[in-house]
Design a protein around this ligand. Structure first.
Ligand SMILES: [Zn+2]
Length: 285
């Protein structure tokens, strides 16, 4: 996989180098099936497990990038978004001239399904409240994050995905989690994580926030608003994206002030007002 700079306004676009550079933009229209991971499909061409990379891009304030892949699946790495964040920090993030456009939420959009809930509300910046309630040993956890506070890299990106040992056989039989190993997933036994220690005591809910940020990236623009999720998952996250995109009266495209550029980012000649951002070429992930 290789990440290339893209012009302002181009958004996040996947490119299959093994299929004549076929492009699949990361937008809601291309969401394919959603179960344990989020996939994109256009004209029968698939890209799977997009959420961790998309989360890292949005979390680090990157709007425009081309993601070249020579197969259908993104690397799982260590099960978190931290390796991406470290790579972005290594190569730097450049501020672009063109102003960033965000989806500014004007009125609430909510999706409820049984005891699962997700909603997005007007608010300045991009903030998330997430509550989960999983069987033991995860239990009830709640966490919130304000992405405008530049906390993503330290508080959300390192949180790893998790899975129950008791469900492993069933999932493998369904052809899922083929690449799963204790190196890239927290394995939950009856007494707790089998391959601890955890990176945070509430790592599970932080990972759900990580996934949510990645899935909401499929709105095609950064969200400006406040998101509340309870017992949600990829299907609920992407249902919110389609509900939001359909209700054109609930939001507007607005130019938003840029976050401060991280210390590692290269400064270019662009004015600092309301820019979009781009990741320079990033190879070897
Ligand atoms: Zn995940």
């Amino acid at each position: 996989m290789e990440l290339l700079p893209a012009p302002g306004g181009s958004g996040i676009v996947f490119r299959r180098t093994d299929l004549d550079n076929f492009e699949i933009p990361a937008i809601g229209r291309n969401v394919a099936k959603v179960s344990y991971a989020t996939s994109l499909m256009r004209q029968g061409v698939l890209i799977s497990t997009t959420e961790h990379l998309l989360s890292a891009l949005i979390g680090m304030g990157i709007d425009n990038v081309i993601v070249e892949l020579d197969n259908l699946e993104l690397p799982i790495l260590d099960g978190s978004a931290l390796p991406y964040v470290e790579a972005f920090t290594r190569v730097g993030i450049r501020t672009q001239r063109r102003r960033r456009e965000s989806i500014r939420v004007l009125s609430p959009i909510e999706v409820r399904e049984g005891d699962k809930f997700i909603g997005v509300y007007p608010g300045s910046g991009y903030s998330i409240d997430y509550t989960i309630d999983f069987p033991s040993p995860v239990g009830h956890q709640h966490s919130s994050v304000d992405l405008a506070a530049d906390t993503y890299g330290a508080t959300i990106a390192p949180a790893r995905t998790f899975g129950y040992r008791s469900l492993e056989k069933q999932m493998r039989e369904m052809g899922l989690i083929r690449g799963a190993s204790p190196q890239n997933i927290i394995v939950l036994g009856t007494k707790g994580p089998e391959n601890g220690p955890l990176r945070f005591s509430d790592e599970y809910v932080r990972h759900k926030i990580l996934d949510l940020i990645g899935d909401l990236a499929l709105a095609g623009h950064r969200i400006e608003g406040h998101v509340v999720a309870e017992r949600a998952g990829h299907a609920m996250h992407t249902a919110l994206v389609s509900r939001l995109l359909k209700d054109r009266s609930a939001w507007e495209l607005a130019c938003t002030p840029a976050k401060p550029v991280p210390a590692a980012a290269a400064k270019d000649d662009a004015p600092a007002t309301l820019p979009g951002r781009v990741a320079p070429a990033l190879a070897g992930i």
